[in-house]
Design a binder for this molecule. Structure first.
Ligand code: MN
Length: 192
């Protein structure tokens, strides 16, 4: 079964100016597509051939893991967005953030620190940990917290390809702006 690049749930210019159409053209159109193409070349004739993407992420390592996890991570990341200011942080996710981090401001500060201090390429994640609490974790390269039994709720891609066209080396500006396009309704759906 060949994997396909999932369609984006918005127009390429919908996330302007936080993420430009040019960034999506490369990040989604080229990088995300390449992980799909690579996985489709790697799995025929292997035990992964008929697995779901999530199963492959959980059971693989090395090149198969890197490409499968990057497909999963990017799909999850791109599906977290909606046009700027169309969504408000509310509902169950807001209650859990306040319960587990004290306030929305403290949560965002901790998440931003995780995203900004991650050395090299990787992902900052908001997860439900094995104790059922929200937790912020860093993962390098293609890392995915499902491998550690945690449930992903939100992620920020801090590979340079995620922000270099729009922000050059200013990762902090990208991470700060990231909050303006989060689809909180989608995030709330992930809690159930
Ligand atoms: Mn990326």
């Amino acid at each position: 079964m060949a994997f396909e690049l999932p369609k984006l749930p918005y127009q390429p210019d919908a996330l302007n100016p936080v993420i430009s159409a040019k960034t999506l053209e490369f990040h989604y159109g080229k990088h995300h597509q390449t992980y799909v193409n690579n996985l489709n070349l790697l799995i025929p004739g292997t035990k992964f051939e008929n697995m779901s993407l999530e199963q492959i992420v959980l059971e693989s390592d090395a090149a198969v893991f890197n490409n499968a996890a990057q497909i999963w991570n990017h799909t999850f990341y791109f599906e977290s967005f909606a046009p700027q200011a169309s969504q408000k942080l509310s509902g169950k996710i807001e209650q859990l953030i306040i319960a587990d981090f004290g306030s929305v401001a403290e949560f965002k500060d901790k998440f931003n620190k995780a995203a900004i201090t991650l050395f090299g390429s990787g992902w900052a994640w908001l997860v439900i940990n094995q104790s059922g609490k929200l937790e912020i974790v860093q993962e390098s390269n293609a890392g995915n917290p499902m491998k550690k039994g945690m449930k992903p709720i939100l992620t920020c891609d801090v590979w340079e390809h995620a922000y270099y066209i729009d922000y050059q080396n200013r990762r902090m500006d990208y991470v700060n702006a990231f909050w303006d396009i989060i689809n909180w309704e989608k995030v709330n759906q992930r809690l159930s």
